[in-house]
Design a protein around this ligand. Structure first.
Ligand code: THG
Length: 266
């Protein structure tokens, strides 16, 4: 699994306040602690902190780069903001994200090519998030075809079927599971897949249990990356155990420790 830490996001109060106050230490601490907790990539999202999105993105990436070279997922719907973040983030970065809308793909695919970045493609089009499995697969096909036209191979593409809050969209997780199974058959090699895991449990009781179960079920349907709360130890344990049960690691009694040691940043 590619584990992307969700925490550097202006949706969180302490990040929002750090952006407004220009306090780099809050961001740097979150970067270091997420990496120590098992993140291998960090999502970076200005969120609702300020209207000066580009300036804030530059400040966030500069702050992070003072403490780590870890790859970053530059999270904004605005191509200018993404470009500014990518420039400072350097090689191995991710564009998070393009929708399947033609004008979005026309902006973000050339940017991915120019910056040698990976790209998350959301299964969203002019009508929003499809409520059906087929709708998601159809948009994924369009994204994959457009990526190939821009010489971006499937292994640099992450298709996101969009995890919606289960309290308002209870019929959707099954559609997401089905879509993930079908994305695997779209090309050879298949595109990668990703979800924003914490979306699924927003404003729910039992948040952590919902995230943990959702992650394991999506992994069983082929999910190979998630933007997630790496500070939730039980969530990380569930992920490591799911990898074990899918035969992606060799069993030993100390497999949780063994996994964590193997992921420790150099
Ligand atoms: N797909 C992709 N990228 C994404 C998402 C996605 N990026 C953003 C988001 N969704 C994933 N990240 C988060 C981060 C935080 C929360 C949810 C998703 C979250 N935050 C608390 C809340 O709203 O309850 C914030 C409040 C707080 O604790 O301070 O839930 O789907 N490609």
């Amino acid at each position: 699994m590619l584990v992307i830490g969700e925490r550097i996001n202006g949706m969180f109060k302490n990040v929002r306040e750090a952006i407004v106050a220009g306090d780099r230490s809050v961001i740097q601490d979150l970067a270091k602690r997420q990496l120590a907790s098992g993140a291998t990539m960090l999502d970076v999202n200005v969120g609702p902190a300020t209207d000066e999105k580009e300036k804030a993105m530059v400040w966030l990436v500069e702050s992070i780069r003072e403490v780590t070279k870890a790859p970053l997922s530059i999270d904004s719907p605005n191509a200018a903001v993404v470009r500014a973040g990518l420039k400072l983030a350097g090689p191995g970065s991710m564009i998070n994200s393009s929708t399947g809308k033609a004008d979005d793909l026309a902006k973000f695919l050339p940017l991915a090519q120019e910056m040698d970045a990976s790209l998350i493609g959301l299964t969203i089009d002019e009508s929003g998030v499809p409520s059906t499995t087929d709708g998601r697969v159809e948009i994924a096909m369009r994204i994959l075809a457009a990526a190939m036209e821009h010489d971006i191979p499937p292994d640099r593409l992450y298709i996101d079927p969009i995890a919606l809050p289960v309290n308002v969209a209870q019929d959707q997780p099954v559609r997401v599971f089905e879509a993930l199974s079908q994305f695997a058959m779209l090309s050879d090699p298949a595109p990668h897949t990703v979800v924003g895991l914490s979306n699924a449990s927003q404003r729910c009781q039992e948040r952590e249990l919902i995230s943990r179960t959702y992650l394991v079920m999506t992994m069983a349907h082929g999910l190979d990356s998630a933007i997630m709360d790496v500070f939730d130890t039980e969530l990380m344990n569930a992920m490591i155990t799911a990898e074990l049960l899918m035969n992606k690691a060799i069993y030993c009694d100390a497999y949780l420790d063994a996994y964590r040691k193997s992921q420790r940043p150099a």
